[in-house]
Write a protein that binds this ligand. Sequence first.
Ligand SMILES: O=C(O)c1ccccc1NCC(=O)[C@H](O)[C@H](O)COP(=O)(O)O
Length: 236
Amino acid sequence: MSRRPRVWVKVCGLTRPSDVEAALRAGVDAVGVVLTRRSPRCVTPEQAAVLVEVARRAAAEAGRVGVVTVGVFSGEDDVTILDRARRSGVDAVQLHGGESDETQARLSAEGYAVIRTLWPSAPGPGAAPDVPVPPWAVLLDSRTPSQAGGTGRRLDPAVAASWVGRLREAGLRVILAGGLSADHVAGIVDRVRPWGVDVSSGVEVPGRPGVKDPEAVRAFVRAVRAWEDEADAPSA
Ligand SMILES: O=C(O)c1ccccc1NCC(=O)[C@H](O)[C@H](O)COP(=O)(O)O
């Protein structure tokens, strides 16, 4: 029997300090604030700064090190991204609008961990693109014609697994997103084997984007940690 790896867990689209505290208490590794106006979960940099401070305080109180605060962008120019990232005080930026390699490099040079989003569409070797400059992590997500993220739509697990395999071979950390929730995250992680998972609408109060349900967040983290505690059968 072989031991399973720890899975990095991010809850995204937080808008309320109490939800940030609850997420940290539940044991998440990262909290995301959406800093693009192209989202119903958008917060201002000033609101984000309060949430980031709450996250740092809650992490310190819980004796947690390495908790990451992430600002999500989609389609903003580099100057706007840098301005909002600085004003909010996030550790990492998540590029969720097909931003360029140059933008990624510029943000890395400014000291931000960069999470680069890809939207898997086709299965098979060669379907996942090359990522010429390795970011801190790659995030696989679903999208609709009007929304680049936070859609609540699941990826096809076979497609996701093939992209994760290919990107892992290239040495990248891969975070899986797209319609995850407590009731099926363990099964998807078992099949797709990402380095991390990211959830937003699946832990929200139904019909209220940005308002998290603390019990749903706890159930999500519990489901991931329970999966980690099981062991893989030896391969034949
Ligand atoms: O959450 C949004 O509203 C959003 C809007 C535009 C770009 C990105 C956005 N969210 C990014 C995230 O990291 C979400 O957690 C991720 O898309 C997963 O969302 P969900 O499918 O609802 O779990």
